[in-house]
Design a binder for this molecule. Structure first.
Ligand code: NIG
Ligand code: FE
Length: 424
């Protein structure tokens, strides 16, 4: 039978299985096979099986030779803020001298400095910047990326950022999941009257975002210096009524109870969770909310407290791992580093980190049936990596091991990593 693509020469193929987020002892239960090829047609995985058998059965229009490399599902980055203009290295330096993230934010820096950047940029400029960042994500092996707005913080500016995301979705092979984050901070002009901004969000911005029809998710920065529990509940309840799905920045800087709110509202994810407590963990577990952990963020913010990742896994939760790519609290696009730090900070095995960065992340975006594993019927999103074994996924820092990226059955990246882990 004629097929679109056959991946051959696979050293090891490592993948989680199924369509539901895996937690507890199942987090690390992946399938590892050697000598298997992958047949792809119509953008989907047709079958995985012994190479000789698949070669006998199929006539591929294109072949991708993995040359002994490791094949895994494409990474799903479930938390990023990539629609911005300008960088914030000045704040990074302030933090190294002792200033905190909240101090900088309350002094009008932080998110608000990126708001000035977005408001001063045209849609075309923002799109050009975003497309370059999406190229980078794809080269690093991220095949699906959740992208938040949140640096417009005014009706037209937020709609502009969502349009930029729609345009990027149309032009770029990467899969973009658009999230409205109008409740990221209180903009300058509303700082003295936060209640009016909450009212604007509920009465005007959310209905307009819904009518525009681009955003799939509504997110919020639930933290007492921005949106407290009551404001968050009001905003998210309205979003949910309008049919948007929910995710929250929860318990990141203080133990406010954002995790419990995420559970109460049936959010798809609760993100960060550095300060989550036992009740929060229990609530997330009972409600089936995916904790999206961003292990590089506390390091970047010089915050000592880290999310109790291991505790969550042991309590049966099914975490995802993500970059939180943004110009303030984590200027990083590489999921490779995230896997390594997931292992180091949360004592995750390579298999656990892989599940967290693929299947669980896909489930946190409502895409578990389509993405996140290498199984017949799923969308064909996969990576060929210059690794000999999946344990190297959490071992090596500072090099992009991606050799090839397949998105929806098409080879969209082919590159030669600078040096190889494989013996000659
Ligand atoms: O996830 N916590 C809120 N939002 C981002 C930071 C955004 C920024 O500083 O620009 C985060 O850490
Ligand atoms: Fe974030």
């Amino acid at each position: 039978m004629q097929i679109d693509l056959l991946v051959t020469g696979v050293g090891e193929c490592a993948t989680p299985l199924g369509v539901r987020a895996r937690g507890g002892s199942e987090l690390g239960r992946i399938q590892v096979r050697t000598g298997c090829a992958i047949a792809i047609d119509g953008g989907r995985i047709l079958e995985l099986g012994p190479e000789a058998e698949l070669l006998a059965r199929h006539t591929p229009r294109e072949r991708l030779d993995a040359r002994g490399g490791l094949v895994v599902p494409g990474f799903v980055d479930a938390h990023t803020h990539p629609v911005f203009a300008g960088t914030r290295e000045d704040e990074f330096e302030q933090r190294t001298r002792g200033a905190t993230y909240v101090e900088i934010a309350l002094a009008g820096g932080g998110i608000l400095s990126s708001v000035r950047g977005v408001r001063g940029s045209s849609k075309e400029e923002l799109l050009a910047l975003l497309l370059v960042r999406l190229d980078r994500f794809l080269e690093l092996g991220t095949t699906t990326v959740e992208c938040k707005t949140g640096y417009g913080l005014a009706l037209d500016e937020e709609l502009k950022c969502l349009e930029v995301l729609r345009e990027a979705q149309r032009l770029h092979p990467i899969e973009v999941v658009p999230t409205f984050l109008g409740a990221h901070d209180v903009p300058e002009e509303y700082r003295a009257r936060k209640a009016d901004y909450v009212k604007l969000l509920v009465e005007e911005m959310l209905p307009a975002v819904h009518a525009q029809g681009i955003a799939e998710y509504c997110d919020i920065f639930t933290e007492s210096h921005v949106f407290g529990l009551e404001d968050s509940r009001r905003i998210l309840t309205r979003a949910r009524e309008l049919g948007l799905r929910l995710r929250l920045h929860a318990d990141q800087l203080t133990p406010l109870g954002g995790a419990r709110l995420a559970a109460e509202l049936g959010a798809d994810s609760a993100d960060h969770l550095e300060f989550v407590d036992e009740r929060g963990i229990e609530a997330l577990g009972a409600a089936g909310v995916v904790p999206v952990l961003c292990p590089l963020v506390p390091i970047y913010l010089r915050q000592e407290r880290e999310a109790p990742g291991r505790r969550m896994v042991d309590a049966g939760l099914a975490p995802a791992l993500s970059t939180d790519f943004n110009p303030g609290s984590c200027y990083l696009q590489s999921m490779h580093e995230v896997l390594v730090f997931g292992a180091l900070r949360y004592r995750m095995s390579a298999a656990e980190a892989l599940t967290a960065a693929t299947l669980n992340a896909a489930c946190s975006l409502g895409r578990g049936a389509e993405l996140g594993t290498l199984e017949a019927g799923k969308q064909a999103d996969l990576l060929v990596l210059d690794h000999t074994h999946h344990r190297q996924l959490v071992y090596e820092l500072g090099r992009n091991p991606v050799r090839a990226v397949v998105k929806r059955g098409r080879v969209v990246v082919r590159r030669e990593p600078a040096c190889s882990n494989r013996r000659p």
